[in-house]
Each structure stands twice: as C-alpha cells, then as structure tokens.
Ligand binder design. Sequence first.
Ligand SMILES: [Zn+2]
Ligand SMILES: [Zn+2]
Length: 821
Amino acid sequence: MTIHSMETEGLHHSILRIYGVVQGVGFRPFIYRLATALGLRGMVLNKGAFVEVEIIGTSDEIATFISRMSEELPPLARIDKIERTEGEGGSSIDLNTFRIIESQVHANQGANIPPDIATCKACLEELFSDKDRRFNYPFLNCVDCGPRFTVIKNLPYDRSETSLACFPMCNDCGLEYENPADRRFHAEPTACPRCGPALWFEKGGNPELQQIQSKAFKNDSSEDELTRAVLAIRSGSIIAVKGLGGFQLICDATNDDTVKRLRERKGREAKPFALMVSDLEAAQDICDISPRESELLTCSARPIVLLNKKSNQDWISNQVAPTTNTLGVMLPYTPLHHLLLRKTKLPLVVTSGNVSEEPIAAGNREALARLKTIADGFLLNNRDIVSRYDDTVCSIVAEKPMVVRRARGFAPQAVQLPYRAKLPMLAVGGHLKNTFCLVHDDKAYLSQHIGDLESIESIHFFTETLKDYIRLFKIHPRLIALDMHPDYGSSRVVSNWLTRKETSPFSVDLIEKVIPVQHHFAHVVSCMAENHIDDTVIGVAFDGTGYGTDGNIWGGEFLLCTLANFTRVAALKPVKMPGGTSSIKEPWRMALGFLVHVENSAGTQRVLQRLVERFGEKSVSDVTSVANSSISPTTTSCGRLFDAVACLLGICDINQYEGHAAVLLQREAELFRNSQELPASRRRGSEYSLTLKRKEPGASTAPWQPQPFLDIDTTELISDVLRDLAEGKSTGEISTRFHDWTATMILEVCKEIRDRQNLNTVCLSGGVFQNRLLLEMSILQLRDAGFKVYWNSQVPINDGGLSLGQAVAALSQLGMLEPQG
Ligand SMILES: [Zn+2]
Ligand SMILES: [Zn+2]
C-alpha cells in the first residue's frame, strides 16, 4: 500500500510506543485480538523497553483502538505512557493483515520485567480436571499466570531467552502457542506433561535422618513421585521442594514434633514460620481477616500476609509462631503448591530452603548439599531457576498494604520516581535485610530481599543478583551510593570491587563518584521518594542501629530533610550501651545501661535480683561497671529502648532474632488492649512522663549538624516503668503504657518542630515502625493533630528500603535529579 492510496481512503498510519508492564502479561496477544476485532491492519512488536504497535485505520478507528486498549487491558498489564507518532508511508512491513512480529533485540533500558504470577483460575480448573491433558501437571501456566522473572535470562521476553528454551514444545503446545484465539497464544513458559519439565522425589542421604526416613518412606515404591512426597509430609517428614524462586522447606503445620525438629535443624529458635493454606476460607479458620487483608492474600503476587491469630484456634502447632499473636499466611501460588495442599489435606509450614539468615538455595545439587542436614526428602525438578527469590511478606497498616520483605511477585518491578536521574546510579543498601537499587531515568529497580550480609553465601547472592539486574536492564552505573558505616558488608564489597576491578559486576572505569549517605537520612528519603515528596519534611527515623555523622550509634532521630540534606533536630538522649554490639543481641545489657541513669528504687532492685539469678552476680556487676565507665559507647537508638523495656518487664533478656524483644512487647500490649476491648490504635495519651530538654539551636541552619536541639530524656520514663513494675502492674498494661508514651513522644516532638520550623509533613521510617501497633497509633495521632503523614509501603520500612533512599539522596546532593518533563 502506498501513501497515495492511504490518503485517498482517509487512512492514517500511527505508531504507538506503549510503556509500562506490557511484557509477559499477555499484552501482545491482547493487542492482536483487539486490532483484529476492529478490522485494523498493522503489527505489534516487543522492543524491550516498550511495545510498539503500528496501525492503519481511519482516525476514528484508531481512537477507538486506543481507548479500548486502556479500558480492556489484561488484568496484569499496566500502561504508564503512550507515545504516538504518525508513520511515514512505505513501511517495509506487510500492512494487509495484523501480525505479531518476532521480538527485536534492542536496548532494554527502562524495561519492566513482569514478576511471577499466581496460577490463574482457568489453569487451576485444568489442573484438577481428570479429562484435561494437563491434569495434575505441576508446571502448567498460560499468558495470565506462571513464572516470569525467575525464568527470564534476557529481554526481550521470548521463550528462547527463558529457562524453558531447552524444552521444545510438543505439537499440541505449539498449536496453542500459535493460535491467537487460545489463552496460551505466545505464553512463553507454556508446558505440558509430554514436553515440559518434570519432577521427581529423592530421599535425603543424611544417615542421622535415616530413622525418620525409613519410617516415612516405607511403602512408597509403587507411588508416583508427587505422592511419595505427600506421604512423607503426612507422616511427619520435612521435605525440601524446588519452588518458583528457590527451595522451600515444607512440613505439616499441625505436627508439634515436626515443626520443632525443623526449628532445631534450621537453627531457628523462635522466629515465626510462614504458613500455606489451601484457600481464603481455610485462612479464615485460623486468623481474623479484614477485607483489605483478604484482597492482599488473594492478589496475583500472593505474598505472605501477617494476620492476627484467632484466639480459639488450636489446629496449628504453637511451634509455628511461638512468640507472636500473628501468623504469616499465604495461599498457594504455583500448581505444585496447589497439588501438595490438595493431596496432603494439611496446612503446611513453608519456609525458605536455607540455614537461618543464609540465602535461599536454588539449584538441585546446591540444595542436596546445603539442605541435607535439614530435609528428610527432596522434591526436585528440571526447570532451572534463573533468578532466585524468597516469598514476599506484607501486612495492612492503616488500611494500606505495606511490604515488609519485598521479593517474589514484586521485584524486580520498578518504583516509579517523580524525577529523572541524569546519570545511572547504584545504591548498595545496608548490612542487614539488604537490597540494592539501580536507578535509571525515572525508574528505581529495587532488588529482591538479599538478606543479612554476614556470610560468604549472602555476599555471593548479592553479587550474583546485581549481575542479573545489570544484564537484564542494561544499566551501567556511573555513581555509587553507600552507607557511612565503614564495616557494612555492602560497603566492603564496593571497596573490593573498586580495587580489584576484574571482580566487579559493573565496569569500575565508568564510576565517577562514590557517595556515602547517612543511614537515618536514607530511611527518610526512601519514604519521601516512594511518596513523591520533594519539599522539606520532618523525618522520624526510628530503628536499631545506624552510623551517625558524629561516629556514634543513632536510632531515635528527628531529622529535617530535603532530598539532598538533613539537619538533626531532635533525638533520644544518649544512653550507655555496655559491651557495644553484644548489647544488640542481649537486651539485659541494655537494661543495665538504662538503669545507671535512674535512681535506685524497689523496681530497680527487683530487676537486678532477677538478672543476678539468671546471669550471676559477677556478670551483672561487670556489665554495670562498664555501663558506669566512660569506655562504654552510647546510643540514641529507639530499638534499644524497646529492648531495655522488654528486659525490665522480664519478657526478653536475649534476642533470638532481630526485633525479637520488640515483637514480644508489641504482643503484650496488643493482648492487653484486646482484653480491655480497646480498638487496636485508639488514642489514649500517655500516663508516663515525657521530658523534652531544649538546647540552644546553635548553627542549626548548617547541614549535617550532628547535635540536636531537643533531647528526649528517657530517665523518667524508665523510672515510671520501674514504679509500675514494683506496684505489680501487669506486663501487658506496662507495655501498653510504653507504646502510648512512644506515640505521644513522636507527636509532641513533631509539634515542637512544627512550631519552630513551620513544617507540616511527617515521614515515618525505620525498622521500629514494623511494630504495627506503634505505627498505626503514630499515624492516627499525627493526623488528628493536622499533620500530613507518610510512611513506607512499596519498599520496606526497615533496612530493606535503605538503598532507594541512598540512591535518591545521593543523586539529589549531586544535582543529578531533574523534574519529570
Ligand atoms: Zn493460567
Ligand atoms: Zn506440550
């Protein structure tokens, strides 16, 4: 067709570039069906960063096409932007039909990789229909569901670039794949029992576990592979299952002995395990679930959702979550999970296949080696996992979903920024709960949860994942942001790369600058960035530990923040931290650190007596004298305040996991509130004394000023707690009063800052706010007082969100952010 004839027919040739989540979500087949239904000619093509549609029709027809495209979008697709240009005639393509063209390899910068998607309803029906050719097939999927990020090696998204490439499609699968009317039309990871991956079951080889194994696997010889695994689980074995993003350890959640054994073998004493149940109804049997929570549970990302346990449920073993009144619950998201739940007829513990705090195992051989002391058996398969990740953990806070651990179903989707970076940036995050962040243009690609950078395996996972992201998104960083702490694993890795260039996952020669960013400032900026705020805010950064600009350990900070700079305006008064880092693991040391600041009382004596009974006279007096000496470091950490109060109340002297003491304190308060029938976050005001000590502001306009003008003195608070303790008040009541004090303190300090600085926006961030009770109380009280309140929800409020804040703060400091235009 020539331009001439098009003009005479009143036809236009439009080229649409469509940006957003448009790959791997059935977008091209959708465009094909829509264009064909409207009788339009042209083509659709995947170009990596966008999908391009060339279309020929009258201007009315094209307008209809565009509006229906937006209205009838497939459930998982999202359009961020459409660029429309009018095409030149004489295009080389055949414009007599509408076609899907093979992908063109092209620059991938700015591309969106779809996350993995839970099994859809249509696939589920096939899975359980004995007439279907995919009956009981654990790897079925379609354009609306199935693996994506975990199988994609390169963009553009095509079967040849996935780990399904080594499974040539059979005739039937090929016909479905080619048929525009089929829901597997261009479903890249499609598979069936004849041509796709298969699973098999192996007993674990560890002689110590043999006794259990011989019992569990007695009569299994005639059963199929899946049934063998099912029988093993039903008879109390722990099975390592190769899942979507890595291995999972799975066992019967109703069996105390089994769950206890899993704790022992995994080296995980108290930290809660997640639970998988067959459907929403089953979840409702064990937890109280609000409408927002059920939406989150059933969404296509299928995260673990933290839910309140029903007080009368006795079906789930207490060993699953011994320290909390919540349960982390998820619904099945792969056909294999559906099959396991249906066939075992049990709620299952499903936890990452690793030794505590190490990264999740992903390869068959790796799992057989690393999990041999944990698993009694292995349910393996031959579909390779390209990118590994754990399950995502979410909760609902103030009616809004909040991501606590961001991984499956969310990563590597970009966080959309309201500004553009002039140069590509890599931020390497913190030390615990690490994530990294690559920023290109207006997109921040936050990695999945990497974990604590304490082991070689974690550092290796960090490096390997960064390599994956650089390859997939083709972002070559020119700037690096990191934490100011000299000993963070993430910072050490960067300095290694800079000196030993050949080990670096990116080209070191391209790096122009390395920018250290203060920890709590990065927390606040992460909140500003995801909420699209760019003027000055009051940042409340409460966490366990972060390196301050004065070399001290901070963690109870009120900062005036712009994206580029901060001033520290208020903080908890520094207290002694006897033994330095050992007091992070051992709240009883922290309690003694606080006790040296308060006057002796009946309450003090009671606590000291208990600690002497538990740790011995000598230890207690040694720690006390360290706390009294000038060699003891000090801290303004709010996390340590929670630790100390938990120890004073006698509910936690030693942390079994990060945040353990705070979790117990929160539970005490929530149980007390429930018993008093108080709504969870009702405003109460504080019965404990709040002492704010004002100091002369000095040069308060200078950025990076380390000295706050307002000290929040906790001496009287601790005395009040000790008095209540001596009077025999319950731990629940004291814990409730302590939460009230903390929320009121946040409110009063923010009011004081508002009066002085004329600011009305508050950003809450930092690991202490994982305490849902405290966060909700703070939000409600601040809102009641007329503040605009923001907190993290898309990225973790704990150190998992740091890398986003580091990236944006460093870019802003360098003048490398420009408004969207
Ligand atoms: Zn499906
Ligand atoms: Zn097939």
